[in-house]
Each structure stands twice: as structure tokens, then as C-alpha cells.
Design a protein around this ligand. Structure first.
Ligand SMILES: NC(=O)c1ccc[n+]([C@@H]2O[C@H](COP(=O)([O-])OP(=O)(O)OC[C@H]3O[C@@H](n4cnc5c(N)ncnc54)[C@H](OP(=O)(O)O)[C@@H]3O)[C@@H](O)[C@H]2O)c1
Length: 326
């Protein structure tokens, strides 16, 4: 089968489309014929090792341990291991399989998958898992979001941000989206009540305060985020610039020790129950994936290069075409 493979950290130029052996599912695994995948900053970090911690935390110190990329997928079950209970051949599924999704086939534990929302194409479904889980868990679990709160999403126009705006609205919040001028209409169309153009206004300096700030992208010093919170407000960092990520990792819990404000972050987990919640929201039309660009598997390097520029509008997806033999 065809798969995207890389054997050294680097730019998207190191990615190769190769013939590799089709995988066989273990007892608890499902073999999926992949029809679409989506690209995440997660893939970018494993490709480039731009965050050094990737090398220390199992990515491989000098070269990638796992030579395959692609977490978010949607496809059709081709075979199941003998202990698999929830899926059978021909089921359409979607999920976050960690690595190996930029390929014609992949195996994954059933716990990382759910049935694909019936009303979505494979491309639309593949656009969802990691970004939507991050938004849901960040707002609900870390952010303790509840109705009537003033919630601000910084970086509202990317993969995570477009889900965060929609999910915060579903929780009954009054949502302010922060994005650049070219994405103002998009933010409005997915339900933001207020929009701040970050090229014209710094929301941490305008005197407004929010019950919950969800930082999907961009950068502000942690002290500035704290200033923009109401007295019992919560800050949740999902991602953004390296400075934003490291400040939250190193200083957030220390900064939460004084006063009533809570500073922290979200680390999304592949939780099948949450994936099913998201599936139901998608089927009810309450959440809609926003897709920016589509590429073919052979163009995965272009897809990653575009994502790596940092200005994707919603999600970047990869369509996996199958040669007649597979
Ligand atoms: N914690 C977790 O478990 C977890 C899970 C998934 C992702 N993440 C992290 O979350 C972050 C966002 O992921 P993503 O998938 O949303 O990325 P993405 O789709 O690549 O984000 C691109 C968007 O970011 C916006 N942006 C860029 N600079 C900005 C700025 N200074 N202020 C506001 N918005 C800005 C861009 O909008 P403009 O073009 O308008 O600037 C663009 O729409 C990444 O750092 C990723 O690693 C974390």
C-alpha cells in the first residue's frame, strides 16, 4: 500500500510517498481503509521536532522513532482483531489514531474510533477528531464553562479555534473570537457574538474581562491573559507560539496560587465517549467542520507546508485515493 514515510526530522521535503506493507490488526485493533485524513500541528511537531520535548518524550532523540504521520482519519473498517467488540467490516469510522493515518490503510485500537457521523463525508469527518476533542475538553473540563459566561477564544480561525467558538456557543456562552481581518466573516458565520481583529486591537489591554479565555493560538504574556480575566476567571492554553506554550507549562500553576484566577492548559485525550458526543453534535448539525484546503495523499508535503505557515482557516484535509489493487 502507499504511505507517507519520513526517516529524519526536517521540513516537509523529507516526506516520501512509499510502498509499504499493508498492516495486520492485532487482537484489539481495527484495520481501516482510509479515505481521508486531516493535518494537525501535532503532525508538524513530529515532522520538524520544532518543540525539543518531542524528542525527549518518545519521538526519538536524533531521528523519528515512528516513521509515519497522520492522527486524524476517516475510513471504512476492512477487518477486525478477535477481541474487537464495537466494530465490524464495512462500518464507516473516524477517529484519532496517533500516527500512520497518511496512508491507504492503518490499524488502530477500537477505543480511538467512533462510527462516522452519517451526514458527513469522509473528508469532513477526518477534519474533526483532534481539534474538536481539544476544544471540548479544554472548555468543558479545564475551563468549566457554563451558560451566560463571557468566553474569549484567541486564535479562533484555525482548526481548534473554529470548533472552540461553536462548542462555547453550545454551552450558552457569550463568545468573543480573536482573529485577523481576513477571518472576521468566518468567525461570525460560526456563531461568534463579538469579534476582535488582533491587528487592530489587543484584547488584553482594552479593559474588558472574561470568565474564560481559551488560547488556541497566538501569543500574549501569561500576566496579560491573567489581567483580562474576571476575579474568578479561568485561562486555558491549548497551543500557540512556543513562548505561549512554555509560559503556561512553567508558570501557570504558580500564577494560580494567588488570587481567585486559575491559569492552566489542556492536553487533549482520545476519549471515545467524547468522540461520540462530538459525533452526535455533528449529526444534529450543531457543530460543523470548517475546511480550508484539500490535498491528495501524494501532496501531503504541500498540506503540511501550508499548515506550517500558521494561517490555515479551519482544517486542512487529505483525500486518500486507492489504487485498484488495494
Ligand atoms: N493541547 C492540546 O492537546 C492540543 C491539541 C491540538 C492542537 N494543539 C495546539 O493548538 C494550537 C492550534 O492548533 P490548530 O489546529 O488550531 O492550528 P492551526 O489550524 O494551524 O491554526 C491556524 C490559525 O491560527 C491563527 N493565528 C495565527 N497567529 C495568530 C495570532 N497571533 N493570534 C490569533 N490567531 C492566530 C490563524 O489565523 P490568522 O490567519 O487570522 O492569523 C489561523 O487561522 C497549535 O499550537 C497546536 O499544537 C494542542
Amino acid at each position: 500500500m502507499k504511505a507517507i514515510v519520513y526517516t529524519e526530522y526536517g521540513s516537509p521535503d523529507v516526506l516520501q510517498l512509499k510502498d509499504v506493507e499493508k498492516p495486520t490488526p492485532k487482537d484489539n485493533e481495527v484495520l481501516i481503509k482510509i479515505h481521508a485524513a486531516s493535518v494537525n500541528a501535532y503532525d508538524w511537531h513530529f515532522l520538524t521536532a520544532d518543540i525539543f520535548l518531542i524528542r525527549l518524550m518518545g519521538g526519538g532523540l536524533l531521528k523519528p522513532k515512528n516513521t509515519r504521520l497522520g492522527a486524524d482519519i476517516a475510513g471504512r473498517v476492512e477487518a477486525v482483531g478477535r477481541n474487537v467488540k464495537q466494530f465490524q467490516p464495512d462500518d464507516e469510522v473516524f477517529g484519532d489514531i496517533g500516527h500512520g493515518g497518511f496512508a491507504e490503510y492503518a490499524c488502530a485500537p477500537e477505543s480511538r474510533l467512533a462510527l462516522k457521523p452519517a451526514n458527513l463525508s469522509f473528508e469532513e469527518a477526518a477534519a474533526v477528531p483532534m481539534a474538536a476533542l481539544t476544544a471540548l475538553q479544554g472548555l468543558r473540563d479545564e475551563g468549566q464553562i457554563h451558560p451566560g459566561q463571557k468566553v474569549l477564544i484567541n486564535g479562533a480561525s484555525g482548526g481548534v479555534g473554529t470548533f472552540a467558538v461553536q462548542i462555547a456557543k453550545l454551552f450558552g456562552a457569550e463568545v468573543t473570537a480573536v482573529c485577523s481581518p481576513r477571518n472576521l466573516d468566518q468567525a461570525r458565520s460560526i456563531g461568534a457574538d463579538h469579534i476582535i481583529d488582533y491587528t487592530k486591537e489587543n484584547f488584553t489591554q482594552n479593559g474588558q474581562q472574561y470568565d474564560l479565555i481559551f488560547a488556541a493560538n497566538g501569543y500574549h504574556p501569561l500576566s496579560a491573559y491573567k489581567r483580562a480575566l474576571t476575579p474568578k476567571g479561568i485561562y486555558v492554553m491549548a497551543g500557540g507560539s512556543k513562548a505561549q506554550i512554555f509560559q503556561a507549562m512553567l508558570l501557570a500553576s504558580w500564577m494560580s496560587k494567588t488570587g481567585g484566577k486559575k491559569m492552566g492548559g489542556v492536553s487533549a485525550k482520545i476519549d471515545q465517549k467524547d468522540l461520540v458526543i462530538i459525533k452526535e453534535l455533528l449529526e444534529a448539525g450543531k457543530v460543523v467542520p470548517v475546511i480550508d484546503r484539500r490535498y491528495l495523499l501524494s501532496e501531503a508535503a504541500e498540506a503540511l507546508r501550508y499548515l506550517g505557515e500558521g494561517h490555515a482557516r479551519g482544517k486542512v484535509v487529505i483525500t486518500v485515493e486507492h489504487s485498484s489493487k488495494t
